[in-house]
Ligand binder design. Structure first.
Ligand SMILES: [Cu+2]
Length: 149
């Protein structure tokens, strides 16, 4: 292989790596700030995937347990329950928001104060069973702003 070919290969590999990382993009990630002693809060964001993938797992170092939840009306009451995954259809914006799907951070290790940056890890799986891990940063927003939704 000559020098030019080697360089072309290197460029092709780099481009592939970048596009693979950008298959799932997350924007407007935020968490609800908590008051002292509060043990749980929610994390919200907008997710868009280039390919059909499924969000399987969520984690955060600030929480002992992180779960994917769905909020829905049951017997005229808003109730939430854990779900084992959330489909992210290709090209469709999926919103995690209050009153709908959200990430629940439980067993919080400390108060989440306004302006804090909370790392959240998302694990998604494609149809080919390949898993991708995304590290995102969610900013803690004040309670009153969060409840305006
Ligand atoms: Cu919840």
């Amino acid at each position: 292989m000559n020098k030019i070919n080697q360089i072309m290969m290197a460029v092709a590999t780099t481009v592939f790596a970048i596009s693979a990382q950008a298959q799932v993009t997350v924007s407007d990630a935020w968490v609800r700030a908590t008051v002292a002693q509060q043990k749980a809060t929610g994390a919200f964001m907008q997710i868009k995937s280039v390919k059909d993938v499924r969000l399987l797992e969520v984690r955060s170092p600030v929480a002992g347990v992180a779960e994917l939840h769905k909020m829905e009306m049951t017997d005229n009451m808003m109730k939430m329950r854990p779900v084992d995954g959330l489909d992210l259809p290709a090209g469709k914006l999926v919103e995690l928001k209050p009153g709908s799907y959200h990430i629940m951070l439980l067993d919080l290790k400390a108060q989440v104060k306004e302006g804090d940056v909370v790392p959240v890890t998302l694990v998604v799986e494609g149809k080919d069973k390949k898993r991708e891990t995304l590290e995102i940063k969610a900013v803690a927003k004040p309670l009153n702003q969060a409840t305006q939704h």
